[in-house]
Design a protein around this ligand. Structure first.
Ligand code: ADP
Ligand code: MG
Length: 388
């Protein structure tokens, strides 16, 4: 039995110890990293995340008395007991808001959710930009979908989960994280068009190519709440307005230079350049992966980082240090990933160089006086599924 199966079994046992009966089933949903395409989602552009091997696992049984009981093995504290009729958006600020929000969205959509017992545990690091919150939402949505026979598809479960986070928890995230968690397949990155929400599985079988994608969690907590995200979003909308297009997605890469020349201020020009060039980098990465040239994407990752650092200005010293050090130590390419101002970076390396690059990053962090980073490989993994 692998570590993952053991963890899943423990969640079932934990459920039984808490609630006095075995769960009806156990489900898992992964966290994600975004390979390329950052701050492009709300511009109706492209993103390309992949699912991590790390998952939120939930043991769940139905109830018919309107009671919703929630417990996390990872949080100190008793079972949270709520009533499905009394769920109201933006009132619950604890972790329980994520699963409760999913129940609320399903009920708002007319599905008869009459209560549930849920016990969960997660191996997705929290607050590291790896979407532990989406994993929690998607695993809840999938479990209820199966138990109540709702017939929702993966993309629909992602929508339900996003609405829970936007409208119930109150976090203005895009659709990427939940789609990655709900719809990814092993050995692939997931190309998502944030305009029509169409998805395509793009081959990204790292082990087969002798490569590794390292995730470096800087342990600096990203704080999107401080208005930086909203400021970038507003700047992008202003850029689209000045260029007379609905969204920056509609600016063709071939027209980037002439478009930039039409913009009045330097800040908006930088944001437009980032978004249009990052959409283009997604296209370039897909072309290379489809052609089997996985190594070729390295320099594109690194140029994506420069764009996030210099044009969007959402990096931080720790993330810049990961990218610079990894590339100097022989990585094929590296970039920050996620919302920025901390969180994680990804580094593409030959498998044989992984230890050298990891050591170089750890030493550079120690020399700079930064908290030791957490480094682990991101094997492109399967999306949400029932495990028992
Ligand atoms: P990220 O999604 O990048 O990890 P967020 O701030 O969006 O960061 O979500 C983290 C929050 O999700 C935590 O503060 C907690 O409320 C909830 N969460 C994540 N994992 C768990 C878990 N295993 N148990 C309980 N709550 C969790
Ligand atoms: Mg999150």
């Amino acid at each position: 039995m692998g570590a993952q199966q053991a963890a899943e079994g423990q969640v079932g046992e934990g459920f039984e110890a808490l609630y006095g009966a075995a769960p009806e089933g156990v489900w898992a949903a992964p966290g994600r990293v975004n390979l390329i395409g950052e701050y492009t989602d709300f511009n109706e552009g492209f993103v390309m995340p992949l699912a991590l091997p790390h998952t939120a696992v939930a043991a769940v049984s139905r109830r018919d008395d309107g009671v919703l009981r929630l417990h996390s093995a990872d949080i100190e504290g008793p079972v949270v007991e709520l009533h499905v009729d009394e769920l109201a958006p933006l009132t619950n600020t604890s972790w329980a808001a994520y699963p409760a929000g999913v129940v609320w969205v399903l009920r708002e959509a007319g599905h008869a959710v009459t209560g549930a017992d849920i016990h969960l545990a997660s191996t997705v690091p929290t607050g590291a930009g790896l979407s532990s919150s989406a994993a929690l939402e998607v695993v809840t949505a999938l479990a209820l979908n199966d138990l109540l026979d709702l017939g929702l598809t993966g993309p629909e479960l992602a929508r339900v989960s996003q609405r829970a986070e936007n409208d119930f928890v109150g976090v203005p995230c895009g659709i990427m994280d939940q789609t990655a968690s709900a719809c990814s397949t092993e050995g692939h990155a997931l190309h998502l068009d944030c305009r029509d929400l169409s998805i395509r599985q793009v081959p990204f079988d790292l082990p087969a190519h002798g490569l590794r994608l390292l995730v470096v969690d800087t342990r600096v907590k990203h704080a999107l709440g401080d208005g930086e995200y909203a400021e970038r979003r507003e700047g992008c909308e202003e850029g689209a307005r000045q260029l007379g297009v609905p969204f920056l997605r509609d600016v063709r890469y071939e027209d980037l230079e002439s478009s930039l020349a039409r913009l009045s201020d330097e800040r908006v020009r930088r944001y437009v350049r980032h978004v249009v060039s990052d959409d283009h980098r997604v296209d370039e990465v897909i072309a290379l992966l489809d052609a089997g040239d996985v190594r070729g994407i390295g320099p594109i990752l690194t140029s994506g980082h420069a764009s996030l650092r210099d044009d969007l200005r959402i990096s931080c010293p720790e993330l810049d240090l990961v990218v610079a050090t990894a590339n100097e130590a022989g990585a094929l390419g590296a970039r920050m990933t996620g919302g920025g101002f901390g969180g994680s970076a990804i580094v593409l390396v030959e498998s044989s160089d992984a230890d050298t690059v990891t050591k170089a990053v750890e030493e550079a962090f120690a020399a700079a006086g930064f908290t030791a980073p957490r480094v682990f490989p991101a094997v492109p993994s399967e999306g949400a599924r029932r495990v028992s």
